[in-house]
Write a protein that binds this ligand. Structure first.
Ligand SMILES: Nc1ncnc2c1ncn2[C@@H]1O[C@H](COP(=O)(O)OP(=O)(O)OP(=O)(O)O)[C@@H](O)[C@H]1O
Length: 753
């Protein structure tokens, strides 16, 4: 492909400027119309009833979303053009726009028609003769890059729109990830547009765009399957709060605001997991066998009396025999939930157990009274209720089958680890005799217990009221939205293309429900443990333990997921060694893999240094960025001065100092720098695990040998640290560098001479 940037004539730029000005004119007109509708709805007559109120709220929300989408499209509204064999021409941008005559003047990047912009190559042109990238500043066209798709230039590059891509990569880092709509590469585009069904595992080395691709996939799925996704939402799980801050602008910049971002530590509503713990404890807690261990611990809460218990109430002696209790327990443990056909959880089965025992006690009473009293229908039922509430009986039943809540039970189990079916060493690793804050590895265990225990009696009552209301509300909202849209269309108050009618109705209905519930779907989802999402994206997925996966899968029974990760970067104690190992137990036969192989972040020399750490058989990704600057090395004592030098060298960009956890935890005193993963600060001081998924213009890795030796997977921590740079990399050390790194640095220095 021939790049003709330099030859782009000013006439061409003038032509594109005129087109761009027309597009911004359309955008402004749409904004004005949306703003006017919003004002009309807000200033319109006050709603007279709940339905009118929620209809009005739905429109307000709808117009606000539309306004946000149009605002997000302002920057870089149109970034490309495709010229086809038949002289047809399409402009590609952030959103689709039509002229007054309903002609498509701008194609949304997610639309099928935009696909050749990312995929066409000289070999497979898809009818394209030229792909043009428009570079804009504000509303001004500043330059153009053309890829002329002729076969003569076929071997010149593997990259799509190389000039535009390299220009985008050269920009300094801002501390926030940006979108890449203008420069998505063909292999990335295939992943973004892949089928929503099943689990797509995207693997690839550092900097291959796994995160950014997964986020663009979320935007694509929301655009393509909005009807399915709008009701349940999309969940993105990332490795840390800092990482979530780093990526939180990407989806809004693509016009999507309704996505839930969480870490494993925050996934269970009501639990704050701020604690830290040794790797051994996290490893035991993350092991798949904890599912059985907890199930046994829950069963172990239930007791059978060794001999008959006699309880005297108002002169009557009730007899709880071991046989009676055994039969009631067996039946309760066999009872299934008619909706899900699964065994009842502990607290729900407890209610069955109590019901059976109390029925038997009531019969004893009936027998006892014999013919001395005439029983009316309903008497026995009333008696059962009375008996269940009698403190003497209730306390015995509580002892035989106690009600339990996840947090309280897990606290007890850690305090008495003998109740867990583990080895002595495993018990010792997780025992905690004094209460401590929950850790991230506790979260999936609490979630598992919540599943095993089910709701407490009071919660169950509130939930069943809520469920019935939800169903009725849903049906009513749909019917109402259908009528409303039909009326508005008839009154020419809105124009809905016929094909989009259903989508619009569902959308309005969804909005009605969400606003009636006091918040958008995303807000509701984060409050409700049992919320299931339409699609789940898991980033840095190699770090999840088997127990984490069980928790994540509960959030997505449909198993529509995008899982991105790199097994060579696994550092969590319970993390994965293979995808089959973690996914087969929870989604056998329902996952597939795709691979990304080009590194858009780490310059070739830094990647070559990092690759020296890789075990044999693992291929490093190929770096797009080349550089003459080989990684440098220095002394820890000079760190502050070296940081100052790096700041000067990279100008407006960002520097990261990545140091062993022990130094960062020690308040950075030994480093002479205040630690903190502050993305807005020009210098961030981080432990390797905090640096996961992030990138900086210049990275200084402190004491690589200490990082490597600090855990069994320390080499992978070091690999992560070395691959965070987009430009410069330095190693500072108190002692020797790891031998492989020393050798690789010497070799590079020799090569450079
Ligand atoms: N097609 C592209 N155009 C422009 N920039 C890109 C493209 N693909 C990736 N990048 C940039 O490359 C950098 C690395 O991407 P990203 O963080 O998604 O990689 P990753 O595979 O998740 O990395 P890691 O596994 O190391 O965390 C980001 O700055 C991203 O914006």
């Amino acid at each position: 492909m021939a790049s003709t940037n330099a030859q782009a004539t000013s006439a061409e730029i003038t032509h594109e400027q005129a087109y761009l000005t027309m597009l911004y004119g359309r955008l402004d007109a749409l904004r004005a119309a949306t703003g006017q509708r919003l004002a009309e709805v807000r200033l319109g007559p006050t709603a007279e009833n709940d339905q009118g109120w929620s209809e009005r709220e739905a429109f307000v929300q709808e117009y606000q979303d539309r306004a946000a989408e149009l605002d997000a499209a302002e920057r870089n509204l149109c970034f490309g053009r495709l010229d086809f064999d038949d002289a047809d021409r399409l402009y590609i941008g952030r959103i689709g726009l039509r002229s007054d005559d309903y002609d498509q003047v701008l194609v949304d990047w997610r639309a099928r028609a935009a696909e050749p912009f990312y995929r066409a190559t000289p070999r497979e042109r898809c009818g394209v003769t030229r792909r043009r990238h428009l570079h804009t500043a504000g509303r001004r066209v500043v330059s153009l890059d053309d890829d002329v798709l002729d076969l003569d230039a076929v071997d010149e590059t593997r990259l799509t729109g190389e000039a535009a891509l390299l220009a985008s990569l050269r920009r300094g880092r801002t501390g926030r990830m940006g979108d890449i709509v203008a420069t998505i590469q063909a292999d990335q585009d295939r992943i973004i547009r892949d089928d929503m069904r099943g689990i797509l595992v995207v693997e690839g080395g550092p900097g291959t765009g796994k995160t950014v691709v997964a986020l663009h996939r979320a935007a694509y799925l929301l655009y393509t399957y909005r009807k399915q996704l709008v009701r349940r939402g999309i969940l993105v799980i990332g490795p840390s709060a800092t990482f979530l801050r780093y990526i939180d602008q990407v989806l809004p910049s693509l016009g999507e605001n309704d996505v839930v971002l969480e870490t494993i530590a925050t996934l269970l509503p009501g639990v704050e997991a701020r604690g830290q713990e040794p790797a051994d404890a996290a490893r035991v807690k993350g092991d798949a066998k904890m599912a059985d261990v907890l199930a046994k611990a829950v069963t172990g809460l239930r007791q059978l009396p060794a001999s008959t218990i006699e309880i005297k109430v108002d002169g009557t002696v009730y007899r709880l025999t071991p046989g009676l209790c055994g039969r009631a327990r067996a039946e309760a443990e066999r009872t299934t939930d008619p909706d899900t056909d699964t065994l009842l959880p502990h607290n729900a089965a407890r209610r069955v157990f109590i019901g059976l025992v109390v029925r038997e006690l009531a019969r004893q009473r009936v027998r006892d009274l014999g013919g001395r009293r005439a029983w009316e229908p309903g008497d026995e039922e009333e008696l059962r209720g009375e008996l269940a509430d009698t403190p003497a009986i209730a306390s015995v039943l509580d002892a035989l089958w106690p009600e339990a809540a996840p947090q309280q039970l897990l606290t007890q189990l850690y305090a008495e680890p003998g109740r867990l079916d583990l080895t002595d060493a495993e018990r010792a690793a997780i025992a905690r005799l004094t209460p401590r804050p929950w850790t991230p590895a506790d979260v999936p265990l609490l979630d598992e217990l919540a599943e095993l225990l089910g709701m407490l009696t009071a919660e169950e009552r509130a939930a069943s009221r809520g469920r019935a209301e939800d169903e009725a509300e849903r049906a009513e909202a749909l019917q109402y939205a259908r009528q409303l849209v039909a009326d508005l269309v008839e009154a020419s108050a809105i124009v809905v293309p016929p094909l989009e009618n259903d989508t619009f109705v569902t959308w309005i209905a969804g909005r009605n429900i969400a606003s009636a519930a006091g918040g958008a779907i995303a807000e509701r989802a984060t409050r409700d443990r049992s919320w299931t999402y339409g699609h789940v994206i898991v980033d840095e997925a190699q770090e999840l333990s088997a127990m984490d996966w069980r928790m994540v899968m509960r959030r997505c029974p449909a198993r529509s997921m995008t899982v991105v990760g790199d097994l060579a970067q696994t550092s969590a104690p319970g993390g994965a060694d293979s995808w089959a190992q973690v996914l087969d137990p929870v989604a056998a036969g329902r996952w597939r893999t795709a691979r990304l192989t080009v590194n858009y972040r780490t310059p070739a020399p830094a990647m070559a240094l990092a690759a020296a750490l890789l075990p044999p058989g693992i291929e490093p990704p190929l770096s797009v960025r080349d550089s003459d600057e080989v990684p440098w090395s220095g002394r820890v004592a000079d760190l502050a001065a070296l940081v100052r030098r790096e700041r000067k060298l990279i100008g407006a960009g960002r520097v990261a100092v990545i140091a062993p956890q022990s130094l960062v935890a020690g308040n950075g005193a030994e480093l002479g720098l205040a630690p903190g993963p502050d993305l807005d600060a020009p210098v961030a001081v981080l432990a390797p695990e905090q640096a996961k998924g992030l990138e900086f213009d210049s990275v200084i890795v402190v004491d690589p040998a200490v990082i490597q030796q600090s855990s069994p997977r320390g080499w992978s921590d070091l690999y992560v640290a070395l691959t965070r740079t987009t430009r410069r990399l330095g190693l500072v050390s108190q002692g020797e560098l790891p031998a492989v790194l020393r050798a690789a640095l010497d070799e590079m220095a020799d090569g450079a001479q």
